[in-house]
Design a protein around this ligand. Structure first.
Ligand SMILES: *[C@@H]1O[C@H](CO)[C@@H](O)[C@H](O)[C@H]1NC(C)=O
Ligand SMILES: *[C@@H]1O[C@H](CO)[C@@H](O)[C@H](O)[C@H]1NC(C)=O
Length: 392
């Protein structure tokens, strides 16, 4: 057996190397059975290293293999890495950091929802070694008690609707009669909400039976759960007699309203004819009155023509001119021969005749007396100005 410094060095190297590779080698262990998670609960997805070495300086990745992109959780360089986290897991995942030093890399998942179902990979990576484990998680959610609503008379019976929500996995809905026989129903309508829970509803048309009891059952065989609701329909509901009565009543009402309306229309049209007749009478009378008015207007115009003031004025002017002419002639006569009294008298007589005519007829608006008087004053022939009786 050698005991030199060289052999000691080689032994130390071998020891170091062996310890290094030993410390890097580990297995990732966890449950082999499927984990059944109840929706709404907080669960632990177990995962740990064997041997129980510290995982504090390793990378711990939790993945849901049903999601192509993103991670459930990542721990790296002693920090939580939040980039690329699947949105539905934000705020609901954590590691037990105080357990990492002894290789416990279990994941805590809070408030389990439908979308959490899937195959999870617990992946642990050291500097020169990595290993992983896959765990299957099933999410179980028992939905609400089915709600049955009566939709009313349908062709072939009474329409019913059954609805139940909050299921996971997707449930099955069946309609049964009181003997447990499946009823033929319409296609099921299934919706999945953003948390991955299912709502199911289905319409059915039922006929009257001895019991009139019908059951809506929503069941999930994988999780061995079912919920059901039984309804009892009163047989009066199936009776269409009230419906027929209502129909007859409606028909009668319609007929009465129709007759009333036609009577009203007849009366209105009769009234309208009456009014039209009266209006015609009035129009005729108005025309007559208009004709009368026209006659009166024409008479009035005739009258105006007959008693035209302008004409009278013109006549007056004519007469005045004649008078002035006569006066001029009289002057001439007086100048020509003072002894020819006879001729002068003829002119004066002519003058008097002219003067007297209009004086009797017209009155104030005649200018002849003024003209005559001024002439007489001018000539000094005053015997015309005084009383005719004092002539001499
Ligand atoms: C690690 O495992 C061994 C047995 O394999 C056990 O005795 C020891 O207590 C464990 N250490 C921790 C910190 O859990
Ligand atoms: C890991 O830690 C959690 C929380 O303390 C505990 O419930 C679980 O049993 C631990 N797992 C192992 C394998 O020690």
């Amino acid at each position: 057996m050698e005991s030199g410094p060289d052999s000691l060095f080689v032994t130390l190297l071998l020891l170091l190397h062996s310890s290094h590779s030993e410390s890097e080698r580990f297995e990732v262990l966890g449950p082999t059975d499927t984990i059944l998670a109840v929706a709404g609960d907080d669960i632990i997805l177990p995962c740990y290293l064997k041997p129980n070495i510290s995982a504090e300086d390793m990378t711990v990745d939790w993945l849901n293999l049903d999601f192509k992109d993103g991670r459930v959780y990542r721990y790296q360089n002693r920090k939580i890495i939040r980039e690329d986290q699947i949105p539905s897991y934000i705020g609901r995942t954590s590691l037990f950091e105080e357990e990492l030093w002894r290789g416990n890399t279990s994941l805590k998942l809070s408030r389990v929802q439908g979308t959490d179902e899937g195959h999870y990979k617990c992946f642990i990576k050291a500097k020169s070694w990595d290993h992983d484990l896959i765990i299957q998680v099933l999410v179980k959610a028992v939905g609400s008690k089915p709600v049955v609503s009566i939709e009313g008379h349908r062709e072939g019976g009474m329409g019913l609707l059954c609805e139940s929500e909050g299921w996971h996995p997707e449930p099955e809905l069946v309609w049964l009669n009181s003997k447990g026989v499946h009823l033929f129903a319409g296609p099921p309508e299934i919706h999945r909400d953003f948390k991955g829970f299912y709502t199911v509803k289905q319409h059915v048309i039922v006929q009257e039976t001895d019991t009139n009891r019908f059951t809506c059952r929503v069941q999930q065989s994988q999780i061995n759960e079912k919920m059901e609701t039984e309804v009892h329909l009163p047989s009066e509901l199936f009776d269409t007699t009230p419906l027929r009565m209502a129909f007859i009543v409606l028909c009668c009402l319609g007929a009465i309203i129709g007759i009333g309306l036609s009577l009203a229309i007849c009366w209105i049209s009769y009234k309208k004819d009456d009014l039209t007749r009266k209006l015609d009478d009035l129009t005729r009378k108005l025309d007559e009155l208009k004709a009368e008015k026209e006659v009166l207007r024409m008479e009035n115009e005739d009258f105006k023509k007959k008693f035209n003031f302008e004409n009278l004025w013109n006549q007056n002017n004519d007469i005045t001119k004649k008078l002035e002419e006569l006066i001029r002639k009289l002057d001439d006569n007086k100048k020509g021969s003072n002894d020819n009294k006879k001729g002068s008298n003829v002119v004066e007589e002519d003058l008097i005749r002219n003067l007297e005519g209009p004086r009797e007829g017209e009155g104030g608006c005649d200018s002849r007396p003024g003209i005559l008087k001024s002439y007489l004053r001018r000539t000094g022939d005053t015997h015309f100005l005084g009383d005719k009786g004092s002539d001499g």
